[in-house]
Every structure is written in structure tokens, then in C-alpha cells.
Design a protein around this ligand. Structure first.
Ligand code: ATP
Ligand code: MG
Length: 558
């Protein structure tokens, strides 16, 4: 990672500074704990940059730990996708990837310890009864009739649970804490449930699985995590986190700190909703370039550095807010403006015939790869009698504000000559299909000799040499800023989130080797930043528009 990326500061780093100064810790150890039940999204990137970024800056460690206590919803494919996304973002975890399931034996032993201390019991109440006994935010809960079962009896029942003698839902192991606690999570929360499920790591070894709150704190302690960073919805659960660790025999006591989740406008960042988009085929897959997943952003052409920079800019606080999409795009646009080689592509072509240009002649014109960076070199662009320009760059009549090609007027072709439109040919519907022009042969790389001023510059490709390309343009996936707040977020899907153009690109682009691991970005002059899509083949080029040249989000809602 670039040395130039400066260190952020935030309330969590201030706590760490204090803990290091006071000698409470002499090394920092964090973890990123995804559940392998979906692909990582940009919200996870915030957590990844926080946890791995702290480990980097403090010469500490960060573990990657799969929080895999719910085998029904988890899958090894998700494990692999998560690993590759974290790596792509530029981070390295300490040692091997960990799994909460690595600790199932220890977790089981700690559950037995709680039972032996009279702090956990097996409850045979059904789901409905358990819910009723829990009470509400304004009224206390009631004790379960199984709360006072003897320790011996509980040990025997838990052993039976573990041996598969009870059906799913027939019983639960619960912590014995306080049914009148103001914190719902402290009203005798479940620690273990029966589940006859095959697990991607432990196979069929277990038919009881520990609950998240019980598992997470113990996994942190086993791994020697010093600062356990999670999102605000776990604020109350911190009581339970601390309660479990106080009541079992374990040395290290990590501390949990909460920060606000990332919410991003015009998209959804909940795995449940993202899964629905994939399963119900509203998108082509987890890596659809419209998805806010790391895989989708990568395919769209986002760079890891721009995502890290975004995470730095949004910061880490305890305040819930909604971040604008332009915040995500800005660092990317800055980076691509600096680094992306320029090229010419016509998305919606109309043909030009330059009547005074020799029939068979072809010139190879030199075009700089970057206007301000001569070290990026140049390339040859063929110029000939027939070219394509963008249909919207021509009008039969226009006022002075339209600095493109107008009938009877001149415009400069980028990296080439000045042309003048003489007449047009139309189809039966009145659409212009060919524009007949003349060129001024004495304008290559210089202004017209007689001092005529030609203000507009448009891009073009040679009709005979250009390569056909499918060009995919993206708009936001949703039509409203906060789709998650709607009753039916599916109804807010933008029907125009993907527009496909059959365009033409300059021939130099057909020679680029595209490589999924190292996506090449281009600025197509005047139309935006683009990259090869993974659907590209040598016989069919496919490009994604990563982002436009300028921020267009501001105008939404006007
Ligand atoms: P979702 O609600 O999308 O299912 P999750 O919190 O269940 O997300 P996990 O796989 O458990 O997903 O998340 C792993 C880590 O990433 C957790 O520490 C979680 O707090 C963090 N995280 C998830 N979503 C966001 C977000 N939008 N912003 C910041 N951190 C997040
Ligand atoms: Mg979670």
C-alpha cells in the first residue's frame, strides 16, 4: 500500500492511543469478523479499513475470522469470495483465516462451565412461550419454569441436546441473568440451539450451535483481541459480551467499541436485501457492476485505493448518517483523471464523410495518452475519409452555446483536423444518417491559418478501423435515496440502471490484454471513465462505464 496514504484519526484510535500510553496493552490486536452468508459490500469495507488499518498503523495484528455459527445460511463459496475481496482491498490478515467454528469445543466447555456455576439452564418452553416471557421494553419479563432446574439435571439435559436427543426448537440453553433487566439482551438470552445442519467447516460433528453473542466475545478472547470493533446495533449487547467473559475462566478480556454503520444513498447495504437482488435476478450476480458489493465495484472499475480513500474520508464516528454516492465516486474520479490513459470511443454513432479527403488515404495521427503527462507516451490513431462521431455532437441548427458540429459551421476533431459540415442525408423518418463535411488540411496540430476561431472539439473514430464494442452505462440501482426505508425496496429498482450501447472504439483498444485481476481503466474522451468488463472476449469487446467525467449526482432530485 502506498506510503503516502496518511493516517486517519478517530475516537477509536484515541482510545487505542490511551490504552498504549497507560500500558493497558502493549500491542493492538483487532479482527474483522464477517459471517460467510453473502459477499462483502462497501459497508464492510469501512469495517475492514478500520480494523486492518489500525493493525497496520500501530504495527499490530488483525485477524480475519469467519463468524460461522449459522450453517443454514453459510457457504464455502462466500468464504472464498470474502478472502479474495479483503486481499484485493490491499490487506493481509494475521496467520491463517480463523473460524468461530474452530472454537466449538471450547465454546461447549464454557457453556458447561456456566451450567456448573448455576448460570445457564436448558429451557423446554416453546418459541412462543419464550417470547412471551421476555416481556417488552416497558415491562419486565417473567422467569421460565425451567430456570430453577438443578445443576445436575441441566448438565444431563445439555448432554442430551448435544447428543441429538432433542428436536430442533424443542429446547434451548439459556444464560441465567436477569429477566427484569432494562436491556432485553440480558433477559436470559439463548446460548445454544439445536440445529441438525451440515457445517461447511465442522461437517456433521455438531447438532447444537452456539449463538452469536456467546460465540463472539469468547472467540475474541481466545484470539487475544484487544479492541473488538463492531457497529452500533451491538451497543446493548456489550453488556452480554462482558457478562459472558466475566463468568467464564479465561485470561484475556477484550473490550468492545461500537461505531456507526455506513449507509450509502441510492443503494442497499444489507446482505439480506442484496441476496434477494441476486436470487430474484434483478441483477446478474453478486458482481453485477451496479451492486454495492466489493466484487461489483471492482468489476465496475473502482480501484482498491479509491475505496480505501473513501473510507478514510467518511471517517469513523458514533453518528448514524447517509453518505452521498458522489463521496464514493470523488476519490475514484481523482485517481482516474490522474492515471487513466485517454482513448476515443463513440457510443452512439453517426457517420461523417469528408468529401475532400482522398478516397483510399489513411493517416496515422499521433494522440497523447494523457494531456498533462507526456511520460505516458502517445499512440497512433488512424484517420480516413469516413469517420463516426457522437450523434449528439451534431445539430442542423444551434445557438452559440452549442460548441460542437453544426451545419455550415466548423469544429475540431480531437487530435486531428478542423472540419465543416456541408449537408446531411436522412432516412425515411428524418433521422440524420450521414453528414457530409470538408476538412481543412492545414489544421493538423495548429489553428486555421487565416485566424478563424474554432472553439469546439469533438471525439471521433475512423469508420473503417474502429472496433465494435458493447458499452454498458450504469445509473443508480434505485430511484430513491433510501430504498431500505421504503415498504417495498424492490419496487424502487431503477428500470434504467443499465443502458447498453453498441458503439465503436479506436483500434488501439483491441490490442489491450484484459485481465480480471488488474483491470485497465481508460478515459474515453468526453464520455467518462471506462474499463473492460469480464464478459469481454477477443471477438467481442465489452466496456463498463465506471463513472462519468463529472459529478452528476447533484442534479438528482432537481
Ligand atoms: P448485514 O446487516 O449486511 O447482513 P452484518 O453486520 O450482518 O451485515 P457481518 O458479516 O456480520 O454482516 O459483518 C462483518 C463486520 O462488518 C461486522 O463487524 C459488521 O459490524 C461490519 N459491517 C457490516 N455492515 C456494515 C456497514 N454498513 N458499515 C460498517 N460496518 C459494517
Ligand atoms: Mg452480523
Amino acid at each position: 500500500m502506498a506510503e503516502t496514504e496518511s493516517r486517519p484519526t478517530n475516537f477509536i484510535r484515541q482510545i487505542i492511543d490511551k490504552d498504549l500510553q497507560s500500558g493497558l496493552h502493549n500491542q493492538v490486536h483487532t479482527r474483522f469478523p464477517p459471517e460467510p452468508n453473502g459477499y462483502l459490500h462497501i459497508g464492510h469495507a469501512k469495517s475492514i479499513c478500520l480494523n486492518f488499518g489500525i493493525a497496520q498503523d500501530y504495527q499490530g495484528q488483525c485477524n480475519l475470522r469467519f463468524d460461522d455459527t449459522n450453517p443454514d445460511k453459510e457457504d464455502i463459496d462466500y468464504v472464498n469470495a470474502i478472502k479474495s475481496d479483503v486481499t484485493w482491498l490491499g490487506f493481509e490478515w494475521q496467520g491463517e483465516a480463523r473460524y468461530s467454528s474452530n472454537y466449538f469445543d471450547q465454546l461447549h466447555a464454557f457453556a458447561v462451565e456456566l451450567i456448573e456455576k448455576g448460570l445457564a439452564y436448558v429451557d423446554f418452553s416453546n418459541q412462543e412461550q419464550v417470547r412471551e416471557m421476555r416481556g417488552t421494553l416497558t415491562s419486565p419479563g417473567t422467569n421460565s419454569p425451567f430456570r430453577d432446574t438443578s445443576i445436575e439435571e441441566n448438565l444431563a439435559q445439555f448432554a442430551k441436546m448435544r447428543n441429538g436427543e432433542y428436536k430442533e426448537g424443542e429446547c434451548l440453553l439459556r444464560a441465567k441473568i436477569d429477566m427484569s433487566s432494562p436491556f432485553m439482551c440480558m433477559r436470559d438470552p439463548a446460548l445454544y440451539r439445536v440445529k441438525f445442519a451440515h457445517h461447511h467447516q465442522t461437517g456433521d460433528k455438531w447438532c447444537i450451535y452456539p449463538m452469536y453473542d456467546f460465540t463472539h466475545c469468547i472467540s475474541d478472547a481466545i484470539e487475544g483481541i484487544t479492541h473488538s470493533l463492531c457497529t452500533l446495533e451491538f451497543q446493548d449487547n456489550r453488556r452480554l459480551y462482558d457478562w459472558v467473559l466475566e463468568n467464564i475462566t479465561i485470561d484475556v478480556v477484550p473490550r468492545q467499541y461500537e461505531f456507526s454503520r455506513l449507509n450509502l444513498e441510492y443503494t442497499v447495504l444489507s446482505k439480506r436485501k442484496l441476496i434477494q437482488l441476486v436470487d430474484e435476478k434483478f441483477v446478474s450476480g453478486w458482481d453485477d457492476p451496479r451492486m454495492p458489493t466489493i466484487a461489483g465495484l471492482r468489476r465496475r472499475g473502482f480501484t482498491a485505493a479509491s475505496i480505501r480513500e473513501f473510507c478514510k474520508r467518511i471517517g469513523v464516528t458514533k453518528m448514524d448518517n447517509m453518505v452521498e454516492m458522489s463521496m464514493l465516486e470523488a476519490p475514484l474520479r481523482d485517481e482516474l483523471n490522474e492515471n487513466a490513459p485517454r482513448a476515443m470511443a463513440v457510443l452512439e454513432p453517426v457517420k461523417i464523410v469528408i468529401e475532400n479527403y482522398p478516397q483510399e488515404s489513411v493517416e496515422l495521427l499521433e494522440a497523447p495518452n494523457h494531456p498533462n503527462r507526456p511520460e505516458m507516451g502517445s499512440r497512433e490513431v488512424p484517420f480516413a475519409r469516413e469517420i463516426y462521431i457522437e450523434a449528439e455532437d451534431f445539430r442542423e441548427e444551434a445557438n452559440k452555446k452549442f460548441k460542437r458540429l453544426v451545419l455550415g459551421k466548423e469544429v475540431r476533431l480531437r487530435n486531428a483536423y478542423v472540419i465543416k459540415a456541408q449537408r446531411v442525408e436522412k432516412d425515411g423518418q428524418g433521422n440524420v444518417i450521414t453528414i457530409f463535411c470538408e476538412y481543412d488540411a492545414d489544421t493538423l496540430g495548429k489553428d486555421p491559418a487565416d485566424g478563424r476561431k474554432v472553439k469546439g472539439v469533438i471525439h471521433w473514430v475512423s469508420a473503417a478501423h474502429a472496433v465494435a464494442a458493447e458499452i454498458r452505462l450504469y445509473d443508480s440501482l434505485f430511484t430513491v435515496a433510501n430504498p431500505a426505508a421504503q415498504d417495498d425496496f424492490i419496487a424502487c429498482i431503477n428500470p434504467e440502471s443499465l443502458t447498453i450501447k453498441q458503439g465503436w472504439v479506436e483500434p488501439s483498444l483491441a490490442k489491450v490484454n484484459f485481465d480480471e485481476a488488474n483491470i485497465q481503466a481508460f478515459q474515453f474522451e468526453r464520455t467518462g471513465y471506462f474499463c473492460f468488463d469480464k464478459d469481454s472476449t477477443t471477438s467481442k469487446l465489452v466496456f463498463n462505464r465506471t463513472v462519468g467525467l463529472r459529478d452528476t449526482w447533484a442534479k438528482i432530485g432537481d
